[in-house]
Design a protein around this ligand. Structure first.
Ligand code: FCB
Length: 441
């Protein structure tokens, strides 16, 4: 057995990602809580309930993150707790967040703070949410409060999580609140969110010299099912434009692109100090003349693909490398702000985790500027419309009893983070099936 080791850079950040509504519990003042009360909205009638009980005791999980040897953690601030009604700020809520981020520092864990992760205050949703002409101003006003309260503890800011997922699920497919299926509204929402990102970027920098501000984009590959078919290539390209480029073109190139808009995206360029990429899977796209509503593209997967639980798509670790290569040229620091798989029995996760991290290591060998990796997620949590049916945690959670059990993947991830490397010993101990693939004799 050769003694090769895949090392990561000395200051590499190893963390986990979370979101307020998925972990805090009792976020009764946002649009998701209201949505959960409606029949048929959440799989198996799930509700967020007390979630992972973070509002009471996030520190319990922070201890576990520390014990795993992690040095960063991504968490989000719940707008509906901070601004309970228009302009009515709950300072006790801000104090609690302050306590949390201080608690992270005390454990040697750098916080990355997301300012919007899918949940909106009820009052904001009732006024039309991101379709309201004042949405950007409302959001910036809230951001200002957070930065003033946490600015001496936090410098790594993620303005908005996945504007594309928020708009596609909420305004095209209708699976997320407000359950609308109207492409035009979707584009308006997306434009507002991107403008809100830019406005927040400017405001944060005015308030904090050391701030590093970015956004997390859900990047999904849309590959043609048959690369030789011009029609498959064409429909795959359309999906990519609508899902990926609609967000990335304005931010990276300063231009809107169809179908969201045309022309210059004034004020949106150079509003990223770093780019966050949430990577899960890919789709293979096939031309289908019946799929009018989906721009004639039908999503499928490779015939030999290893599929993930809960219909989540294919296991496609190569996508990690391909994606990083796409963005490395920009010279912006890149963070993998989310990556993981749903896997309650942890029979695929150890291999999946290793293969993804190995692809990230490959990217680092080619000098791609990857600064950190946030696994989704630490503890099983409320998985939006999927309720509790998808389990993404390194730690298993029984939401009723709040009992937690480490999955084998938690120990694997811990060994990698602690050693800042993938070693043959780690492979032997946790994923022996990969030994010959990653360390050929
Ligand atoms: C991402 C979301 C995150 C979680 C994972 C599984 O799209 O940002 O909250 O739901 O998917």
């Amino acid at each position: 057995m050769p003694k090769a080791t895949f090392h990561f850079p000395p200051d590499f950040l190893w963390g986990v990602a979370t979101a307020s509504h998925q972990v805090e519990g009792h976020n009764t003042n946002n649009q998701w809580w209201a949505w959960e009360q409606q029949e048929g909205r959440i799989k198996q009638g799930g509700v967020s309930g007390m979630a992972c009980n973070w509002w009471e005791n996030a520190e319990l999980d922070f201890d576990r993150a520390e014990a795993m040897g992690l040095n960063t953690l991504r968490l989000s601030i719940e707008w509906s707790r901070v601004e309970v009604a228009p302009s009515r700020i709950d300072t006790a809520a801000l104090d609690r967040y302050r306590e949390m981020v201080r608690g992270l520092h005390a454990r040697g864990i750098e916080p990355m703070v997301t300012l919007h992760h899918f949940s909106d205050p009820l009052w904001f949703a009732e006024q039309g949410g991101w379709l309201n002409e004042n949405a950007v101003a409302y959001f910036t006003r809230y951001v200002e409060q957070v930065v003033k309260a946490l600015g001496d503890e936090v410098t790594l800011w993620c303005t908005i999580n996945e504007p594309n997922v928020y708009t596609v699920l909420g305004y095209v497919l209708g699976d997320f609140p407000p359950g609308i299926q109207d492409q035009r509204q979707a584009y308006r929402v997306l434009r507002a969110m991107l403008k809100a990102h830019a406005a927040a970027y400017r405001r944060i920098h005015q308030l904090q010299v050391k701030a590093r501000v970015g956004l997390a984009h859900n990047y999904r590959f849309f590959d043609p099912y048959n690369p030789r078919s011009p029609r498959d290539r064409w429909v795959a390209r359309i999906q990519d434009l609508g899902y990926n480029q609609s967000v990335l073109n304005p931010l990276l190139k300063g231009t809107w692109s169809l179908p969201v808009g045309v022309g210059f995206a004034w004020g949106l360029r150079r509003k990223l100090d770093w780019l966050g990429l949430n990577y899960y899977t890919r789709d293979l796209i096939q031309f289908d003349k019946e799929a009018r509503a989906k721009f004639f593209g039908r999503a499928t997967h490779a015939p030999d693909a290893e599929l993930l639980d809960g219909n989540y798509g294919e296991l496609y670790p190569e996508g990690m490398f391909r994606m990083l290569k796409k963005f490395a040229y920009m010279g912006l620091p890149l963070y993998i702000t989310e990556n993981g798989i749903p896997d309650a029995d942890d029979d695929q996760r150890p291999r999946a985790l290793l293969l993804h991290l190995h692809q990230m290591w490959r990217a680092l060998q080619e000098n791609m500027p990857v600064k950190g990796y946030y696994h989704w997620t630490l503890t099983d949590n409320f998985e939006w419309a999927e309720g509790w049916t998808l389990r993404f945690g390194l730690i298993e959670l029984d939401p009723e009893t709040q009992e937690r059990t480490l999955r084998p993947s938690a120990n694997l991830y811990s060994a990698i983070a602690r050693g800042n490397a993938i070693t043959p010993e780690i492979l032997n101990a946790y994923v022996p099936v990969l030994r010959s693939e990653l360390f050929p004799e």
